[in-house]
Ligand binder design. Structure first.
Ligand SMILES: [Zn+2]
Length: 49
């Protein structure tokens, strides 16, 4: 079971090819565990570790 790399939640939705969304902390992430914030206009902002 895939988990959110940020908060560890299992409430994960697949939104695209190798792209996932965490319903708990509202971030997107990919297979490489890069995490993105979704801004109000829908664009993605990479979060630095
Ligand atoms: Zn999360």
């Amino acid at each position: 079971m895939r988990r959110c790399p940020r908060c560890g939640s299992k409430a994960i939705g697949k939104i695209g090819n190798n792209q996932y969304y965490c319903w708990d902390c509202c971030v997107e992430f990919n297979e490489k565990h890069q995490i993105f914030n979704v801004s109000e206009d829908g664009s993605l902002i990479a979060l630095e570790g």
